[in-house]
Write a protein that binds this ligand. Structure first.
Ligand code: NAP
Length: 331
């Protein structure tokens, strides 16, 4: 592995570096001007060398990771496996950005130990991230859906007792890279299907718990994820009953995010092509014609591995290290 221990660089480590999110992290760290990769771990793929962005990276076993050498540890392990490793990294003195759901809102007592790492929710969130020891990096679907909903809820536009319907389609990297029969090329290509139907997906709890913090606790959310036969990207279509017709449905989004470097509010429909390999959420909103009650459709697109995982994790780590939030990130 090429290690960049330079005096001015901050050593960071990646647990679960052989996974899709972990590899993306290694690639971003390789071109980050202030971070250097102290270690990269794998489980079954330990010992293997791969190309991650600009550098070759050789994976070591997690038990061999020099946790104390890293100021920030990115934990990109499967949910369930993360909890113990985050505690180990903390005991070694590192601060942690955890990409799993283990410390996210709605996931039990561990959530109280972490700050939810969605900087665009506001300046109080940014400050809390900057001083956090553990940041729970948001899920990919929640990133695309919550950042679209927050401005409407905060502006009091969501109709009381509304049923919000979020249909979202993700590329197959969203499921990780451990072999699964239903994710074989022949099963996925030229097909399109829903999964986790009936509000059974793990991300629902995270979204409901976070919606309560920005004033949408009164609303129901029906979340249906779909599997899209592309490698990366999420497109979410979110139907929101609102309290009144708006002449310009994008206005509340633009008002909420006037200077956000990673949020693009646009008049046209966002496409996956607009966002892949970029750390952005691109969104628009439209009033729906022909309904009895005022209803808005918000569509948002992200790259699940960048703004939905590794990019947002580095954005949070930049804040934790008092760096410019955009440092080293693809916009
Ligand atoms: N993929 C996405 O779009 C996405 C988006 C947001 C958040 N996340 C979250 O990020 C985390 C990683 O996701 P991923 O998609 O990158 O998963 P993945 O491709 O399945 O990678 C999992 C990583 O963890 C390692 N690992 C698995 N079990 C382990 C264990 N018991 N002990 C130590 N290492 C272990 C794997 O090593 P080996 O491969 O060598 O076995 C691999 O490096 C998950 O919690 C996921 O929910 C993923």
């Amino acid at each position: 592995m090429i290690m960049h221990y330079s005096v001015n660089k901050i050593p960071v480590g990646v647990l679960g570096a052989s996974g899709y999110a972990g590899r993306e992290l290694c690639a971003i760290i390789a071109r980050h001007p202030r971070f250097s990769l102290a270690f990269a771990t794998a489980n079954e793929q330990r010992g293997q060398t791969v190309r991650a962005g600009r550098d070759d990276v050789t994976f070591i076993a997690s038990d061999d990771a020099p946790l104390a050498k890293a100021e920030i540890v990115f934990c990109a392990l499967p949910h369930g496996a993360s909890l113990a490793w985050v505690e180990r990294a903390r005991s070694a003195g590192a601060r942690v950005v955890d990409l799993s759901s283990d410390f996210r809102p709605g996931h039990g007592d561990a959530a109280a130990k972490a700050v939810y790492g969605m900087p665009e929710l506001g300046s109080a969130t940014r400050s809390a991230i900057a001083s956090a020891d553990i940041v729970a990096n948001p899920g990919c679907y929640p990133t695309s859906i919550l950042l679209a909903l927050a401005p409407l809820a905060s502006a009091g536009l969501v109709a009381p007792g509304a049923m919000i319907i979020a249909n979202a389609a993700s590329g197959v990297t969203g499921a990780g890279n451990s072999p699964k029969r239903e994710l074989l090329f022949a099963e996925v290509s030229e097909d399109y299907r829903a999964y986790g139907v009936g509000n059974t997906h793990r991300h629902l709890k995270e979204m409901l718990a976070t919606m309560a913090t920005f004033g949408a606790a009164h609303a129901d959310l029906v979340f249906t994820p779909h599997l899209l036969p592309v490698a990366r990207g999420i497109l979410s279509s979110i139907t929101v009953p609102v309290v009144r017709e708006l002449a310009d449905a994008t206005e509340p989004l633009r008002a909420a995010y006037p200077n956000e470097p990673f949020i693009e509010v646009v008049p046209q429909q966002p496409r996956l092509r607009d966002v892949v390999h970029r750390n952005v959420v691109r969104m628009t909103a439209t009033m729906i014609a022909g309904t009895r009650a005022p209803t808005m459709l918000v569509t948002s697109a992200i790259d699940n591995l960048v703004k939905g995982a590794a990019g947002q994790a580095v954005q949070n780590a930049n804040l934790m290290c008092a760096l410019d939030e955009c440092t080293g990130l693809p916009t």
